[in-house]
Design a protein around this ligand. Structure first.
Ligand code: MG
Length: 147
């Protein structure tokens, strides 16, 4: 499990306010301290990850939760940019999207997503999935160490 002596930094890239709110609520029940940062479109996500613009000085996330259908730059483009960036490419990326299309699943893994999850429509199930993501990536798996 990951114990880095500080809260886990997560970046949620999501344009749907209801999903952002539900994710925040679900993560409040998390067993380990976490900080949820939010980017609302693809360009914001890359600014955040690169610590640019209004996100200057932002902490590099330990885990990214990435929607696919996003304004300005879609999730696949964001994922490709993360994997093409030497300092960002090791960050685990969980695709969390309404799409269950084979093409999106295949393309995401081809771009080296760490896992692909189709959001349940049911609110309680959605929150349960967010809790499972936190449980797995933070408590079961080891996240990449930082320098
Ligand atoms: Mg969306």
């Amino acid at each position: 499990m990951t114990d880095i002596g500080r809260p886990i930094e997560m970046l949620l890239v999501e344009d749907n306010e209801a999903d952002i709110r539900l994710t925040e609520i679900a993560l409040k029940h998390a067993k380990l301290a976490n900080v949820l940062n939010v980017a609302r479109d693809g360009e914001e996500a890359l600014d955040y990850l690169r610590g640019q613009g209004k996100f200057a000085g932002a902490v590099r996330p330990d885990l990214v939760l990435l929607d696919l259908n996003l304004p300005k730059m879609n999730g696949a483009e964001v994922l490709k940019a993360i994997r093409d960036h030497k300092d960002l490419q090791s960050i685990p990326v969980v695709i969390l999207t309404t799409s269950d299309a084979d093409k999106d699943i295949y393309e995401s893994y081809e771009l080296h997503a760490n896992c692909y999850i189709t959001k349940p429509v049911d609110l309680k199930k959605f929150m349960g999935v967010v809790e499972m993501i936190e449980d797995f990536w933070v408590r079961v798996a080891s996240l990449p160490p930082r320098d």
